[in-house]
Design a protein around this ligand. Structure first.
Ligand code: AMP
Length: 140
C-alpha cells in the first residue's frame, strides 16, 4: 500500500499554474513540459491532470488516455532532437527513484555514445530548455 496523494507536490502546483513550467503540450487529460534537470537534451515529462501518487494508484482510464500522448511525445522527440533512441522511465516510490509524488512519465532522448546526467541533479539553463521546447513543439 502506498501513501495517500498529497496535492502540495510540485507537479500539482504546475498543473494549477502556481509555479511556471516550460510547456510543450497540453490537452484535457495531461500536460507535458521540459524537465528542469534533464538527463539528456530534450528530457520531457508527461503529467496526467488526474491526481495519483504514481502508477500504483492510477486510474486505468487515465492511463489509457495518457499513454498515447507519451507515444506522441516520444515520436516527436526522436525527430526534434535527432535522437538515436528514447528511454521511457517512470518511478514508483522513493526506493525506486521517485522524487515527485504525482504520476509522471519521463521521455529521455538517447544519443549514441552520450552518457546520461544524474537523475534530478543539475538545473539546466532556462534559455536551453526554452529552445528545446520550441524544437519539440515544432515536431509535434
Ligand atoms: P522522479 O524521480 O521520477 O519523481 O522525477 C522527478 C523529475 O522532475 C526529475 O527528473 C526532476 O528533474 C524533475 N523536476 C523537479 N522539479 C521540476 C520542475 N519544477 N519543473 C520541471 N521538472 C522538475
Amino acid at each position: 500500500m502506498t501513501a495517500a496523494y498529497d496535492d502540495s507536490n510540485i507537479f500539482a502546483k504546475i498543473l494549477r499554474d502556481e509555479i511556471p513550467s516550460v510547456r510543450v503540450y497540453e490537452d484535457e487529460n495531461c500536460i507535458a513540459f521540459m524537465d528542469v534537470m534533464p538527463q539528456t537534451a530534450g528530457h520531457t515529462l508527461i503529467v496526467p491532470r488526474a491526481p495519483s501518487r504514481n502508477l500504483l494508484d492510477a486510474d486505468p482510464n487515465v492511463l489509457s488516455k495518457v499513454i498515447p500522448v507519451v507515444q506522441k511525445i516520444a515520436q516527436a522527440a526522436m525527430k526534434a532532437f535527432n535522437a538515436d533512441g528514447i528511454q521511457l522511465r517512470q518511478f514508483n516510490e522513493a526506493p525506486s527513484g521517485q522524487t515527485v509524488y504525482h504520476l509522471h512519465f519521463h521521455i529521455i532522448p538517447v544519443y549514441a555514445g552520450v552518457e546520461f546526467q544524474m537523475h534530478a541533479a543539475k538545473m539546466e539553463d532556462m534559455d536551453i530548455l526554452k529552445a528545446n521546447a520550441e524544437k519539440l513543439k515544432a515536431a509535434l
